[in-house]
Design a protein around this ligand. Structure first.
Ligand SMILES: [Zn+2]
Length: 416
């Protein structure tokens, strides 16, 4: 036990490989589900051809996820056990910059390296896989523009946050973790505020829903249930993909609802109102503030554990470092806590799925056409070639929304 605490590399390796194997198991089980013939409860609304196509699409996405995860693990292990983390630290420390700047460069180099490693998979996913199934609308120019904007945002937002975090953790003594927690919380609240106004419009065009039948129907519905819907926008989702969606940002007076242009094209007015009613259900149940609160508590917990792990020499020795630089400690903490934090992810997703059921029930009770959300979900699932029968392990690990079949069943029960 003592030697494992002094030389914990095998322990770290075990954690990472265990988490990886769990992911692989979920992929395998999910893939097995795809061999089933079309089940009768789905046959009522899914055509055999769509069923086959959604299975082929799911298989193709699984294959990509499989290779990507294995490639990432392989690169990490090669870098780790060839002493890459120590080599990079020697290189950036050699420039004799201020500690926070050294830290920034160290972490930026790792982020950039991992970005480059993932690039082939991202390109293949968008321009081959999504294109093969007719979803991709992204041109190379749009894609390059997106990458440039994301780099700029990482530099302008991520850079200062990391600098403050490094300075706080270095200088604030025993209560540093609390200041770090406060920093990250303040930053994420700020992000909530600037995301809809400044960041999302960099990537998409948002236009107020024009005057007309749909807008009037939405306003009538909002008046009937006495709910301030806030501003309603259409978003040019068709710029990147034919897949449709809708989402809400902010709460209270700042609430904004965005309907993809693809959603408006594919659905009837009754269905669009039902989708909106689902979003109103989230707001009525205060799901967003609840999630933000829980997320903040979770961040606090992580900072508490970080404070315990940072002074532990084993954290650095495990990744073959002789010294204990803060920036490397942050990276190693992230690598070690990832597999353990999987449990928090599972809890958060379970709660999120519960919230989705609640919002669905609200839509069934309050939308002008009670069954319209069911037909909207059916259309969405078919258009997006959603995996209709995911394995429970895959749902447990990855699904923030319940599988569409289960959502429909729950709504059908409520309608009876
Ligand atoms: Zn929802």
């Amino acid at each position: 036990m003592t030697s494992l605490l002094q030389h914990p590399a095998p322990l770290f390796l075990f954690l990472m490989v265990a988490a990886h194997l769990l992911e692989m198991l979920a992929l395998l089980l999910d893939g097995r589900q795809l061999r089933h013939p079309l089940p009768p409860q789905l046959a009522a609304w899914v055509e055999e051809e769509t069923w086959q196509k959604s299975q082929t699409y799911t298989r193709a996405r699984h294959r990509l996820a499989f290779w990507e995860a294995n490639w990432n693990l392989l690169v990490l292990l090669l870098f780790w056990f060839s002493g890459g983390f120590a080599w990079l630290d020697r290189s950036v420390s050699g420039w004799q910059l201020a500690p926070w700047l050294t830290g920034e460069l160290y972490i930026a180099a790792l982020v950039l390296g991992s970005y480059v490693c993932n690039l082939p998979f991202a390109l293949y996913g968008t321009f081959h896989l999504e294109a093969r199934f007719g979803f991709n609308r992204t041109t190379l120019a749009t894609w390059l523009g997106d990458q440039g904007k994301m780099f700029a945002l990482a530099l302008l937002l991520g850079g200062p946050l990391l600098a403050v975090l490094l300075l706080v953790l270095q200088q604030a003594g025993t209560h540093a973790w609390m200041y770090g927690w406060a920093t990250v919380t303040a930053f994420s609240l700020l992000l909530q505020g600037i995301l809809p106004r400044w960041i999302l419009p960099l990537f998409n065009r948002f236009e107020p829903l024009p005057e007309g039948e749909l807008r009037q129907a939405i306003l009538d519905y909002a008046a009937r249930i006495d709910f301030p819907v806030g501003q309603i926008f259409t978003m040019d989702g068709s710029r990147r993909s034919s897949k449709a969606n809708a989402f809400v940002t902010g709460f209270g007076q700042q609430r904004r609802i965005a309907l993809f242009d693809t959603l408006i094209q594919q659905h009837t007015q009754g269905e669009l109102l039902a989708v909106l009613a689902h979003e109103v259900g989230h707001a009525r149940h205060h799901h967003l503030p609840k999630m933000l609160l829980l997320g903040t508590l979770h961040t606090g917990l992580l900072f508490g554990v970080l404070a315990l792990l940072l002074p532990w020499p084993g954290l650095y020795q495990g990744f073959l470092l002789e010294s204990m630089p803060l920036h490397a400690g942050l990276v190693f903490f992230g690598l070690v806590i990832g597999p353990i934090d999987l449990f928090a992810g599972i809890l958060f997703k379970a709660l999120s799925r519960r919230f989705e059921y609640q919002a669905d029930q609200f839509a069934v009770r309050s939308a002008p056409e009670p069954g319209a959300l069911i037909s909207a979900l059916r259309t969405l699932a078919k258009e997006n070639l959603t995996n209709l029968m995911p394995h429970p392990l895959s749902v447990l690990l990855h699904y923030s929304h319940p599988p569409v079949g289960q959502r429909i069943t729950a709504m059908e029960q409520a309608l009876r």
